[in-house]
Design a binder for this molecule. Structure first.
Ligand code: NAD
Ligand code: TYD
Length: 332
């Protein structure tokens, strides 16, 4: 089986590539990635020795490059996207280009090349903020930010390719992922890496916004199931069991690193900051999916990973690691 993974040098895409290389020894995986600011060559270097791994540097907005990469592939797992809400507020255009036009290019190439499965990776943010209950796959889309709106647009275009052309599309919408190799601009790695360095932790608004957290490996096992057992034209939520307000996660990080709670600083809220996301994942559970990790254990693993891999995130932050903080890691 030949599988093309777009965005495989990013956070979830690289974890998924690792998961697939380990599980399917006879699959040939090709990562197609533009290597934007969000990627790190270090993330995929470890795969290069594997004979089942190939890398193509390319942009999903470049249709010719996309066609060349898609030819001969059996399945596509499409992660590549602009993924940070704050950036979509300060510069929305790249989100429309990559997430909408780029996804269209992927679908069109998949159709022309007769790809047998197209797994489109989406997000719980397309449902918008929900006051109570949990979002189900059939709920209306009510996205808020240019990021979530661009993802919702891509979802609808992907479904149109199933309905109109019969392209075997499946969609996953996962909740907030955390784990190794996430860019330190995102909440959890930002707070962990800043807490390691004893820097202030900027908590938006009142800190009571709630996110539904999932450890990245649990998302990968869900994606694997949807890729192999998902019904064409269907959407599957992939949500973790835990819902937490940001303030609680921040305190958990500060505590685990034995830092001072005074590092947490309430700052101006994000524009149109969604209050709460929560997913109902019973549809995926019916296909046999079960998350493996408990939140407390998984956040511990994640903190330990960032503490042990400072070179990886220092590179992305454009910083040099201070020996002081390394020697003080784990002390107040
Ligand atoms: P990420 O920002 O860590 O990685 C994105 C990857 O895509 C990077 O390697 C980047 O270089 C690549 N990329 C960006 N633009 C590209 C382009 N034009 N052409 C080719 N490659 C390009 O993102 P992530 O957090 O791993 O998210 C992956 C996918 O999962 C996205 O589609 C995102 O919307 C979705 N998602 C993420 C989360 C989360 O919590 N991180 C939750 C739900 C859904
Ligand atoms: P983020 O990682 O950007 O994911 P998303 O907004 O896509 O869910 O943020 C997670 C939560 O953390 C969100 O409620 C915004 C909040 N947040 C902060 O409080 N401070 C920060 O510096 C960042 C980046 C996020």
């Amino acid at each position: 089986m030949k599988v093309l993974i777009t965005g495989g040098a990013g956070f979830i895409g690289s974890n998924f590539t690792e998961y697939m290389l380990k599980k399917y020894k006879n699959y040939r995986l090709t990562v197609f990635d533009a290597m934007t600011y969000a990627s790190n060559p270090e993330t995929i270097n470890k795969f290069r020795k594997n004979k089942n791994f190939k890398f193509i540097k390319g942009d999903i907005c470049d249709f010719k490059a996309v066609m060349n990469a898609v030819k001969g592939q059996d399945m596509i797992v499409h992660f590549a996207a602009e993924s940070h809400v704050d950036r979509s507020i300060s510069g929305p255009e790249a989100f429309i280009e990559t997430n909408v036009k780029g996804t269209f290019n992927m679908l069109e190439a998949a159709r022309l090349c007769g790809v047998k499965k197209f797994l489109h990776i989406s997000t719980d943010e397309v449902y918008g903020s929900i006051k109570k209950g949990k979002s189900k796959e059939g709920d209306i889309l009510d996205p808020t930010s240019p990021y979530s709106s661009s993802k919702a647009s891509a979802d609808l275009i992907a479904l149109s390719y199933y309905k109109t052309f019969g392209l075997p599309v499946v969609i996953t919408r996962s909740s907030n992922n955390f784990g190794p190799y996430q860019h330190p601009e995102k909440f959890m790695p930002l707070f962990i890496t800043r807490a390691i360095e004893c820097e202030q932790l900027p908590l938006y608004g009142d800190g009571k916004n709630v996110r539904n957290w999932i450890y990245v490996e649990d998302n990968c096992s869900g994606l694997d199931i949807v890729l192999h057992k998902g019904k064409n034209g269907e959407i599957y939520n992939v949500g973790g069991d835990v819902e937490e307000p940001n303030i609680k996660v921040a305190k958990c990080i500060v505590d685990a690193l034995s830092r001072d709670m005074g590092l947490i600083k309430f700052v101006k809220d994000r524009l149109a900051h969604d209050r709460r996301y929560a997913l109902n994942s019973s549809k995926l559970k019916k296909l046999g999916w079960k998350p493996k990790y408990k939140f407390e254990a998984a956040i511990g693993l994640t903190i330990q990973w960032y503490a042990n891999n400072d070179k990886w995130w220092m590179g992305l932050k454009g910083k040099k690691f201070s020996k002081y903080y390394r020697s003080n890691y784990g002390k107040k």
